[in-house]
Design a protein around this ligand. Sequence first.
Ligand code: C2E
Ligand code: MG
Ligand code: MG
Ligand code: MG
Length: 276
Amino acid sequence: YQGKRGTADIVVYAGERAAHPTQWLVVQAELRHALERDELVLYYQPKVRLADGVVCGVEALVRWQHPTRGLVPPSDFLPAAEQSGLIEPLTAWVLRRALADQVAWTEAGRDWTVSVNVSVRNLESPGFAAGVAALLAETAVAPSRLTLEITETAVVDDMASALQALRALAEIGVGISVDDFGTGYTSLGRLRGVPLTEIKIDRSFVDPVLSQPQNQAIVRAVIALAHGLGCRVTAEGVETGDVAAWVMAAGCDEAQGYLYSKPVPWTQVPMMEAIR
Ligand code: C2E
Ligand code: MG
Ligand code: MG
Ligand code: MG
């Protein structure tokens, strides 16, 4: 499999496990290097409260600033990180960075929650919840200013230890969000017992909501479900004003998408304050 970015030397950043084992090892080795050399960067995408258009939070989205390949998107290296165990130091790095940035925004007077995507591998790892609690204490970030996003597909694996970690984190006040809702395999029975604070409706339902009436029924049902569970509901992938108006009228609390902003580097984040 030839890497998308065209260099002939190494192959790798396939979304799936590379077919050839040596190629697989190359990704792992490079990723380990990336962590050591501090080549990962966080971009942030704002979350907008629909009622007043004010930014209420930001989501951290990791990228790899590769010395020769440029900015590598997470879909090209997260699968390798998850399958190799490197997701643990990667998530630790993301959390530390995001909480440090959260401290800076708080000092600048911005009342934002920071959302961090975590893998089920993290939740299953013993000591994860304690590690997050320790980082919060160390950085003096209020736990309610951190939300962990879990992709619905990820919630499937080994629920027992993951649930235990989620409950421990919720108990100290960390927000728990189900990402990409509607695309995974999670049954409602599995969600029961997870102390959720937010459900994010996947953009595959949101984006075509005006052109495909079936999506309207799905989005309305998810909003009702989320509110019934006492969660906020966020529409992902809002790209047009018409879609924003529709999801707001349907009862969505928050929205995210290119309409408001693409994910941007940290240096551009302060400009997000008055987005509308
Ligand atoms: P996600 O958490 O669902 O994040 C939303 C993705 O959709 C982001 O892609 C974002 O750039 C993109 N997006 C946002 N608004 C729009 C829009 O209006 N239109 C379109 N077409 N796309 C939009 P990105 O940054 O490439 O991230 C992809 C996925 O990688 C994320 O999906 C998340 O599951 C994962 N990810 C990103 N950063 C991390 C991380 O630090 N840790 C872990 N475990 N996963 C991460
Ligand atoms: Mg997310
Ligand atoms: Mg998502
Ligand atoms: Mg999504």
